[in-house]
Design a protein around this ligand. Structure first.
Ligand SMILES: Nc1ncnc2c1ncn2[C@@H]1O[C@H](COP(=O)(O)OP(=O)(O)O)[C@@H](O)[C@H]1O
Ligand SMILES: O=P(O)(O)O[C@H]1O[C@H](CO)[C@@H](O[C@H]2O[C@H](CO)[C@@H](O)[C@H](O)[C@H]2O)[C@H](O)[C@H]1O
Length: 450
């Protein structure tokens, strides 16, 4: 259902509000036109539109120099916003169906967040939205919602301490790997994942696009980044936890390989992989001047990967499978029982969905986690901590996988380089003060031929 006149009143508000959101991908570029892809009003049973309802919107944003992005918005409308919601305001609508009402980001409103949970309980369609539940799902009543304050690429709402709903902000047609992989792991009985219990998708955009996933919440858990930072700062010994995380990673890889397609990468495929890395390096060097001094030497890491298929490198046989795709310490939660669970199987948010869903060598995840140990150490200026913990993580991985990543030097170097290049662009865009962390890795990788 498209609400007449809605886009006209949303347009000026979105121009101010969207660029301020962490998840807005086109920061720094002028905004062109908006196009409404869908608008759906979710209302409580017996409720009415306007101040009581939840307006679900998919809006496409055109910007110069990038393909249009489609964003998911969940909006509330109120004549006079209560003080607790002022920080969530987009502004006052002028004209259109919400004339004179203040529109705000609905996940911050417990009433509207509860309304969404109510809708998620019941499988079926509302407008272009399709809601699905796992058959085993049970929803206890009376779960109090709170929007997560974690620094993240999407928006999450925690219900009681039972569930967490991740609302994807930038959406593309097709299954989001976060849902696809979590579901595959949960259905295979893996204990390393927060099981999805319900989700919703948009129809009519080509393939159904995943919009949100409700998963088991892990109360009392701490993420690996916080644990690692605490250990680095006291020069502590986190090696047994790092090894356990290596084992957990290998378990997840084994479960994904058993549940989803696996293929062998021939020489041509490795050349293509290397070509993609070179392209990302070139794009990053063009955008981040501080990367340029290393670019020439870094190419050798990718050239070694390209020739590995010809039997000249350490990676004579490479298999590709579904992997996490953006593995770092912040994506691992350690529960009160000491067990690691991996979250956020979305892959690198900046990459196109098709690329994120393609099978890749599992060593890519290992390299991502190795980068993260390096990050934790450099963040607190304790370099030697990284080497010990990277080693322990690889040893743990090898125990379960039967393959030691330290013996895949060509692959590890290429994937670590690719990740550090990605990080340089990520930090330049989002946290310029952290840029020296990936730069110091690039300087090391530029001179470390295996
Ligand atoms: N199942 C869960 N249980 C407990 N906390 C979680 C769970 N899933 C996510 N979180 C918390 O929410 C944060 C953001 O989640 P994440 O999936 O990484 O979001 P994003 O992809 O938007 O960055 C995590 O760092 C973690 O602190
Ligand atoms: O967690 P996200 O999916 O949003 O991932 C993005 O943000 C991460 C930072 O929050 C970023 O990770 C980088 O910084 C981490 C420390 O904050 C570090 O542990 C990682 O190793 C490093 O890559 C991630 O790259 C980005 O995609």
């Amino acid at each position: 259902m498209l609400v007449p006149g809605l886009l006209r009143s949303l347009d000026p508000l979105l121009r101010g509000w969207l660029p301020r959101q962490r998840w807005f991908a086109g920061k720094g570029l002028p905004i062109g036109r908006f196009r409404l892809a869908s608008a759906t009003e979710l209302v409580p049973p017996g409720g009415r539109l306007g101040p009581l309802g939840l307006l679900h919107v998919l809006v496409e944003v055109e910007q110069q120099d990038r393909a249009a992005d489609c964003y998911q918005l969940l909006l509330g409308a109120h004549p006079l916003l209560p003080p607790a919601l002022v920080r969530a305001a987009l502004g006052q609508a002028v004209g259109g169906p919400y004339d004179g009402l203040t529109l705000y980001d609905a996940p911050h409103d417990p009433r509207l967040a509860s309304l969404l949970l109510e809708r998620l309980r019941v499988p079926g369609r509302t407008g272009r939205l399709r809601f699905t539940t796992e058959p085993s799902a049970q929803f206890p009543p009376g779960l109090t919602p709170r929007v997560s304050t974690a620094e993240q690429s999407n928006t999450s709402v925690v219900y009681g301490d039972a569930y967490i709903l991740k609302l994807f902000r930038r959406v593309s047609p097709g299954a989001n790997p976060d849902l696809e992989l979590s579901l595959a792991l949960a259905r295979a009985g893996s204990r390393r994942v927060a099981e999805p219990v319900a989700w919703f998708e948009a129809e009519g955009l080509g393939e159904p696009a995943t919009l949100g996933v409700l998963q088991r919440f892990l109360p009392g858990s701490t993420d690996g980044w916080a644990l690692a930072l605490a250990s680095v700062s006291e020069d502590g010994d986190f090696r047994s936890e790092a090894a356990a995380l290596g084992r957990a990673t290998a378990e997840v890889h084994a479960a994904l390989a058993a549940a989803l397609p696996v293929r062998r990468l021939d020489g041509r495929a490795l050349e293509d992989l290397a070509a993609g890395m070179i392209q990302r390096l070139d794009e990053t060097a063009a955008e981040v001047p501080a990367v340029r001094p290393y670019a020439g030497a870094l190419r050798s890491a990718y050239e070694d990967l390209a020739t590995a298929g010809a039997g000249r490198g350490a990676a004579a046989s490479v298999t590709a499978q579904r992997i996490h795709g953006d593995l770092h310490l912040g994506q691992a939660l350690r529960g009160p029982d000491g067990e690691w669970v991996l979250i956020d199987f979305e892959g690198e948010p900046a990459r196109p969905l098709a690329e994120r869903r393609a099978p890749a060598p599992p060593v890519q995840d290992v390299a991502g986690m190795l980068r993260s140990f390096d990050y934790a150490a450099h963040h607190s200026g304790n370099g030697p901590w990284a080497a010990r913990h990277r080693d322990a993580y690889c040893a743990g991985y090898a125990q379960v996988a039967g393959v030691d990543p330290r013996e895949q030097a060509v692959m590890i170097r290429a994937f670590e380089t690719d990740k550090a290049v990605y990080e340089a662009r990520y930090e330049a865009r989002h946290r310029p003060a952290w840029l020296p962390i990936p730069l110091s890795a690039l300087s090391r990788l530029a001179t470390s031929a295996p």
